[in-house]
Design a protein around this ligand. Structure first.
Ligand code: TRP
Length: 331
């Protein structure tokens, strides 16, 4: 038996942050060793919500690929491709739509929530409605066995499994039912204001920003709000500075900051300076590799082109079977 296939995709909606690094990238890097890995940029999925302004999607696609590779996702191990380079995904979405009751899509929780909560974008389009169905096509088109996802994506995986069962019932046992694995809970990384790190909160540290930009953000980070003066005792357990430092620093140094913070015998500014040093040190190799890659403007596109070629045989084989079983092949 060959290795199991793992597949995951991300929408190109911005540069990757330190939150992605500990939340996803480290996982992807580990999984590529164990599985036959397919990592793709879900640019069509980005269109579904950002159809009114699509101007950044290409740039974000490129940035995401550079971030992935500089972080150690290895194109020689994982197949890295762009969703829109596999147009059969659209064809398969259309076939899957035949067996999918509209009510199944209407009750997907992320759909309901986002329609209610996101008011600055018009999400009344059909493309956004079929988002989870296109995701089902992404997964089944390469016969993905395992999909590592965050908890929020579980309903999409459940929908995929239901659609697959209905499809197989109607047309024969063709598509595998994928299993979700909850991504090994990567560390939750706080942003500079203590909330979850997110580009939409404006509190993110980007992997590819400069050391100076990182320094500026860290120096203005929030710490324990009860520490007004530097001899006020603080609580490192509620301090985002400590939380990030634990991910990138030397445990002995962190333990020292922990105790002097509690005792009120060292100041936050000093701790910030140390975090700047450690965080920039931690990211230095990534940043150097990324700069090196970015020096060739076609680097990301070459990887995507090669990836698109590499998924092709699996895609063609599956689509041949699907068309045959639905009687839309040449006969
Ligand atoms: N829905 C995923 C997200 O928002 C992106 C995605 C699209 C995906 N297709 C996928 C993830 C297929 C896993 C498998 O993050």
């Amino acid at each position: 038996m060959g290795k199991k296939r793992i597949l995951t995709g991300y929408r190109p909606t911005g540069r990757l942050t330190l939150g992605h690094w500990f939340g996803n990238l480290m996982n992807m890097r580990e999984l590529q060793e164990e599985y036959e890995a397919y990592y793709f940029v879900a640019d069509w999925h980005a269109l579904t919500s950002d159809w009114q302004d699509t101007s950044a999607i290409r740039r974000y696609t490129e940035e995401m690929v550079l971030d992935w590779i500089a972080a150690g996702i290895d194109p020689a191990k994982a197949t890295i491709y762009r969703q829109s380079d596999v147009p059969e995904v659209a064809e398969l979405t259309m076939y899957l739509s035949m067996v999918t009751p509209m009510a199944w899509l209407e009750r997907v929780p992320s759909y309901k929530e986002q329609r209610e909560q996101i008011t600055e974008k018009d999400l009344g389009n059909l493309g956004f409605f079929i988002y989870p169905l296109m995701q089902a096509a992404d997964i089944t088109i390469v016969k993905g066995d395992i999909v590592p996802v965050g908890e929020d994506q579980l309903p999409h995986l459940e929908l995929t499994r239901e659609v697959v069962r209905r499809f197989n019932n109607a047309y024969g046992d063709l598509l595998p039912e994928p299993d979700a694995v909850i991504a090994k809970q990567g560390a939750r990384v706080p942003g500079t204001d203590g909330r979850k790190m997110s580009k939409s909160y404006g509190n993110a540290i980007y992997l590819s920003e400069t050391a100076e930009e990182t320094a500026k953000k860290v120096m203005s980070m929030m710490t324990d709000p009860a520490r007004k003066r530097k001899d006020d005792p603080g609580d490192p357990d509620i301090c985002p500075l400590h939380e990030i430092h634990k991910l990138v620093g030397d445990p002995d140094v962190i333990a020292e900051f922990d105790s002097c913070c509690r005792a009120g015998s060292c100041g936050c500014v000093m701790h910030k300076r140390k975090l700047v040093e450690d965080l920039n040190g931690y990211l230095a190799e990534f940043r150097a590799r990324r700069a090196e890659l970015a020096a060739d403007p076609s680097a990301a596109w070459k990887v995507l082109e090669e990836g698109a070629q590499r998924v092709r045989p699996a895609v063609e084989e599956l689509m041949g079977e699907v068309r045959r079983s639905m009687h839309v092949d040449a006969g």
